[in-house]
Design a protein around this ligand. Structure first.
Ligand code: SF4
Length: 207
């Protein structure tokens, strides 16, 4: 809860509030893993690149660091950066559609991010990150929120040029999307080189 709604957030105070959030405790306790909330905020007041993903997976829930998994390895490859650069908060911030691992559905896939998280935190988190110049929209939930309409991921990503220069829709880098990447070779042939070029330019000019 924002204790001083008349005062702007500071990044540190907002991060502390998010870390203490337990709003989805009952929801997570009712999943197969019966886990407790563990928010993983990775905010930055100066980072020029913001990665907007879906929600932490089980491994990130354990480790407490975003994209510290195979999806993150593929994402860093798309970005053309190593781990040290990715985890440098003067360069990259990460703001998922939910800060906590949502649990698994009956088929073993991650549940969607609880919408409550974005309604509670998203606008406030974006407001404390004025340095962002490029926002990467990973997956349907982030694309719907930032682009303002629901579209299949393939369509939103195929229309990537229309979102630039501030936004860039991407598929999720999960291994589950390897088939999609094979069926859509234009993504790695056209979008990834453009992404790498923009990232390199922004990092060269980052403070
Ligand atoms: S997902 Fe978001 S709203 Fe839910 S407990 Fe975690 S931080 Fe709070």
């Amino acid at each position: 809860m924002h204790l001083r709604p008349d005062q702007p957030d500071s990044l540190a105070s907002l991060t502390d509030e998010v870390l203490a959030c337990r709003a989805c405790a009952d929801r997570f306790a009712a999943t197969r893993t019966r886990h407790s909330p563990r928010p993983v905020p990775w905010l930055s007041a100066t980072a020029p690149i913001l990665v907007c993903g879906q929600a932490p997976g089980a491994r990130v829930h354990e480790l407490g660091r975003p994209f510290d998994d195979r999806s993150g390895d593929r994402l860093r490859d798309w970005l053309g950066v190593d781990r040290a650069t990715f985890y440098d908060r003067t360069r990259f911030a990460v703001l998922p559609m939910a800060f906590c691992f949502p649990g698994y559905d009956a088929s073993g896939s991650d549940l969607p991010p609880p919408p409550l998280c974005a309604s509670l935190w998203r606008a406030r988190a974006l407001a404390v990150m004025p340095g962002v110049r490029l926002t990467l929209l990973i997956g349907a939930h982030a694309q719907r929120w930032h682009l303002g309409r629901a579209r299949p991921v393939s369509e939103a990503v195929a229309d990537w040029r229309a979102a630039l220069p501030d936004l860039l829709p991407l598929p999720h880098p999960s291994w589950r999307n390897t088939g999609w990447l094979k069926r859509n070779p234009w993504f790695e042939a056209e979008v990834v080189p453009e992404l790498r070029a923009r990232v390199a330019t922004l990092l060269d000019t980052a403070p």
